[in-house]
Design a protein around this ligand. Structure first.
Ligand SMILES: Cc1ncc(COP(=O)(O)O)c(C=O)c1O
Length: 376
């Protein structure tokens, strides 16, 4: 038979691996990582994806998981148990706060939300049982940019771990571990896979010990990612750098267009001079500001619906970070579960539209937005 050497990794669509005899089984236990036994514990496709992300983030090891949510769960369970307390940025993905407040609180892990602007001075919030601070590099949906250097200093001073959700920024913009964070998580569903066809997550740890703990949580709770999803995400990861450049330059052009439009009340994009953390974003963004922006139109339901209906090329799809542009509506999707008071406090009103800018020609996107804005 001729030699078969595929250039890309085949999909190991198997739940289990075989052993010749007990000697081979012993080898599996003695030399971890050399062989595979059971896909929930490890699989060549999930390992390929984890290694790729780990390299980009500069970690000691990464574990891929079935979703971004299970990555957050694995991160929290790596550091916390019943009786522990954690701090979380107030402006964060709504699903993350639902997990913490509604599920982990039930298991005895308590949470205190800290307004993002107070995260550099947390001593008043830290309790003797506080184990970690969870925040996003760029917040969802209003793109507040956190200064990771300052967060590292403050969490070190407080003696707690710093866990960063780097989903919006990606390691192409910011590498929190290199700046001193302890753990990074991602919804791999978003930019890392990039094509809106995968649901996945990842935990990347700075230290081996934390990596081992996250891996154990993944294995025992069964949070693993399937071989096919891993394969798809690993395929997407190969173009991450190129995609992030185009996402970022398109988003900057669109943010500038929206900013001067009379029907647009406000634009949140870290690349705009008017953005409150533009300097921090420039310092830690590697010259890029990412593909996510939010903007506010009229707060009337009729206007919001009309705007969505009139868009010809940009669908309303409550996710983000795919190669094609989409809009979302935080108030009725990602941040729906928050109390009205909290939604109002964060500034998430009916007219706030989140735009996930894709990699199409920017002129096409601007012209679609322009004609839809004219109709309201
Ligand atoms: C910033 C952020 N983190 C985590 C998640 C959860 O990820 P997933 O939907 O892959 O579970 C999301 C989902 O939108 C997100 O936007």
């Amino acid at each position: 038979m001729s030699r078969i050497q595929p250039k890309t990794t085949p999909i190991y669509q198997t739940s289990v691996f075989t052993f010749q005899d007990l000697n081979e089984l012993e080898q599996y236990f003695e030399e971890p990582g050399k062989q595979y036994m059971y896909t929930r514990y490890g699989n060549p496709n999930s390992d390929e994806l984890a290694e790729g992300i780990n390299k980009l983030e500069g970690g000691a090891g990464a574990v891929v998981t079935s979703s971004g949510m299970s990555a957050i769960l694995a991160a929290v369970f790596s550091y916390c148990q019943a009786g522990d307390h954690l701090l979380c940025a107030e402006e964060i993905y709504g699903g993350s706060s639902t997990l913490l407040s509604q599920e982990l609180e039930r298991l005895g892990i308590t949470v205190t939300y800290v307004p993002n602007e107070e995260l550099y001075e947390i001593s008043n919030y830290v309790q003797p049982n506080t184990k970690l601070l969870l925040t996003e590099t760029m917040s969802n949906p209003l793109l507040q940019v956190m200064d990771v250097d300052k967060l590292v200093q403050e969490t070190k001073r407080a003696g707690i771990k710093l866990v960063i959700d780097n989903t919006f920024a990606t390691p192409i913009l910011t590498k929190p571990l290199a700046l001193g964070a302890d753990m990074v998580i991602h919804s791999v569903t978003k930019y890392l896979s990039g094509h809106s066809d995968v649901t996945a997550g990842v935990v990347v740890a700075k230290d081996v010990e934390d990596y081992n703990r996250a891996k154990k949580v993944m294995m025992v709770f069964g949070l693993n990612l399937s071989p096919f999803e891993s394969w798809l995400a690993a395929r997407g990861l190969k173009t991450l750098r190129l995609r992030m450049r185009q996402h970022s330059s398109n988003a900057l052009a669109i943010a500038k267009f929206l900013q001067q439009h009379p029907k647009v009340k406000q634009v949140w994009y870290p690349g705009l001079e008017s953005h409150a953390q533009q300097e921090v974003a420039a310092k830690q963004g590697n010259g890029l500001f990412g593909g996510m922006l939010s903007f506010q139109i009229s707060d009337e339901l009729e206007d919001v619906n009309k705007f969505m209906q009139e868009l010809q090329q940009i669908p309303f799809a409550p996710s983000l970070a795919g190669v094609s542009t989409s809009i979302s509506h935080p108030l009725s999707t990602s941040h729906r579960a928050l109390t009205p008071e909290k939604q109002q406090k964060l500034g998430i009103t009916l007219g706030v539209i989140r735009l996930s800018v894709g990699i199409e020609e920017p002129e096409e996107l601007i012209s679609d937005l322009k004609q839809a804005l004219e109709k309201i």
